[in-house]
Design a protein around this ligand. Structure first.
Ligand code: PRP
Length: 218
């Protein structure tokens, strides 16, 4: 039986913040995936390897068992419906928030509590629909795959729902945050069958990573 652990994660900020957590757990990546084109990266632990994939593909690899474990943002996990994953640990990396934003000129006179119908561009149509439905606001949702901040500037939508970290992208495009929908962080997710078949190794990994998680207030 294959007893090794395959871990799926995405390039960029999540990867760069995850590397020190794994290092603290005694697992070093054999090379920096941000510098390499390899999609499978071995580690210094012969029992652990990494798959470097698109953030939104991480739940798919873990659900199907192609990876035993993954790191995925709460945004990605909430947006994809029908996932059946074990989510044992908030890694407190990739910290940001999901917010509604709009042009500063609109915000000057806007009153969110009086919204009845909004036209929103977003990569997160399910989260957006659920959020506004909960507020009793009708939505027209325009699904985009990135650079949502452009949509209100060219009349594609009035507002956007997107992740905000430093706020720089909103600022540089003349948008302001008008409502926070939820805080976001990256989570460790585990395939349910792997959790049974490789319990000892995966529990050890969870415990080691948990010891590395920062509990500093964000
Ligand atoms: C994310 C998000 C915003 C930006 C926010 O985009 O969609 O555009 O970061 O960060 P800031 O508040 O620090 O400016 P990302 O760069 O991940 O690319 P994406 O458009 O492909 O999601």
């Amino acid at each position: 039986m294959n007893t090794g652990i395959t871990i799926a994660l995405s390039k960029g900020r999540i990867l760069q913040e995850a590397i020190p957590l794994f290092a603290g757990a005694g697992i070093e990546l054999a090379e920096d995936p941000d510098e390499s084109r390899k999609l499978i990266i071995p580690s210094t632990d012969p029992q652990v390897r990494f798959l470097v994939i698109r953030a939104s593909d991480v739940p798919t690899y873990v659900t199907w068992g192609a990876a035993d474990v993954g790191i995925a943002g709460k945004d990605v996990l909430l947006e994809q419906e029908g996932l059946d994953l074990y989510e044992p640990l908030d890694l407190r990396i990739g910290l940001c928030r999901m917010s509604v934003a709009e042009p500063a000129a609109l915000a000057a006179t806007d009153a969110p509590q009086r919204w009845e119908r909004v036209r929103i561009a977003t990569k997160y149509p399910h989260i957006t629909r659920d959020y506004f439905h909960g507020r009793g606001v009708q939505t027209e949702i325009i699904k985009l795959y990135g650079s949502m901040e452009l949509a209100p500037l060219v009349g594609l939508a009035d507002r956007i729902v997107d992740l905000v970290s430093s706020g720089r992208t909103l600022r540089e495009n003349g948008l302001v945050e008008v409502e926070e929908i939820m805080p976001i962080s990256s989570r460790l997710v585990v395939n349910r069958a792997a959790m049974k078949l490789k319990r000892r190794a995966i529990e050890q990994l969870i415990t080691q990573l948990e010891a590395q998680v920062s509990h500093e207030p964000s």
